[in-house]
Write a protein that binds this ligand. Structure first.
Ligand code: PBG
Length: 332
């Protein structure tokens, strides 16, 4: 009988000690690459918890400055603001009103940030329409792409005037990046940047978010958001948006779309971000609350996986807590 062969190739050597593992780690997290989504609700005097997202709240205009302060102190790279209006209508008038909740919140956040992080805004109509769609409807009840573009360009101008530095175009209308870029440039806002939610899928993982913004959607978004089975189309959408002038492109949700993220990261000449959405957050929180999963390890692993797949930055509801763990040296 011949002796058991001794392996000459031993990848385990580099896993032997914590110091070695740290030295050869391919993916590190940094607070500056995290963006915190923040909900701001009109007509409340204090923060309101969101039932489906334990640990996340709807801020009031008065609790918002502290939230921005906390994020800045933790070294988080930016905040993405969402508005929750008291009144909604068919055209989403609140979105373009300079005193609409999102535009008011942007002013407050910009002042609280004082340049320490990047104040960004969701540019979409769904929080502001009574039917809950991301655009305006035609006389047959379908989302009217080109009529919606006009609303987006007005919304973009209102947001930039309120102090948004990066507009998050999340509506998935064709031509939205070009339309908003042209409108900004025509008005002299050459420096306002565009984050295109390019590959945004029609996902069940947005469920808890609908609760967070109290959106009442009739139907679904499958005529404008991508089919979850389509990988090539995700890359195509990102390429179109880069061509139209997007400064950053995004894949959303993140965890179930890492292949799309890797494709976009390989092809893109602009930064590629990913949005770890509400359902991804709530699933880990729920499992952890049951004691079925190690919360901290699962949070870190989920975000590292997204970075490893190619995201330059990640929008995550854990941004502040994770930034603190990173600073404590706990998130390698
Ligand atoms: C659209 C928008 C949505 C999310 C971010 N921007 C909802 C949707 O498209 O249905 C979802 C974010 C999340 O689930 O965390 N304004």
């Amino acid at each position: 009988m011949s002796p058991t062969p001794v392996p000459r190739v031993r990848p385990r050597r580099l896993r032997e000690t914590p110091a070695l593992r740290r030295l050869v780690s391919e993916t590190r997290l940094h607070p500056a690459e995290l963006v915190l989504p923040i909900f701001v609700r009109e007509g409340v005097s204090a923060a309101v918890p969101i039932g489906s997202m334990p640990g996340v709240v709807q801020h009031s205009l008065s609790s918002l400055p502290d939230a921005v302060e906390q994020a800045a102190a933790a070294g988080v790279g930016g905040v993405m603001l969402f508005g929750v209006p008291e009144v909604r209508d068919a055209r989403g008038t609140g979105a373009t009103d300079p005193d609409g909740i999102l535009n008011l919140a942007t002013r407050v956040a910009a002042e609280a940030s004082a340049g320490r992080l990047v104040v960004q805004t969701d540019l979409c109509l769904d929080e502001f329409t009574d039917h809950g769609h991301c655009g305006v409807l035609d006389d047959r009840g379908r989302v009217d792409n080109d009529a919606t573009l006009e609303r987006y360009t007005s919304m973009a101008l209102a947001q930039v005037r309120a102090g948004s530095e990066l507009l998050g175009l999340s509506g998935m209308m064709d031509g939205q990046v070009a339309a908003v870029r042209d409108a900004l440039d025509d008005a002299g806002h050459h420096d306002a940047a565009i984050l295109a939610y390019s590959a945004k899928y029609a996902s069940a993982y947005y469920g808890p978010f609908r609760d967070a913004v109290e959106s009442t959607l009739d139907g679904d978004r499958r005529t404008y958001q991508l089919d979850p089975g389509n990988r090539r189309e995700g890359l195509r959408e990102a390429m179109i948006d880069i061509d139209e002038g997007a400064d950053v492109v995004m894949v959303k949700p993140a965890g179930s779309y890492l292949d799309v993220l890797a494709d976009v990261a390989a092809a893109s000449e602009v930064p590629v971000w990913a949005y770890q959405v509400s359902g991804e957050y709530s699933m880990i929180e729920a499992a952890a609350a049951h004691g079925w999963i190690d919360r901290k390890r699962a949070v870190i692993e989920s975000v590292r996986g997204i970075r490893r797949a190619g995201a330059d930055a990640v929008l995550t509801y854990w941004a502040v807590e994770l930034a603190e763990w990173i600073r404590e040296g706990d998130a390698a």
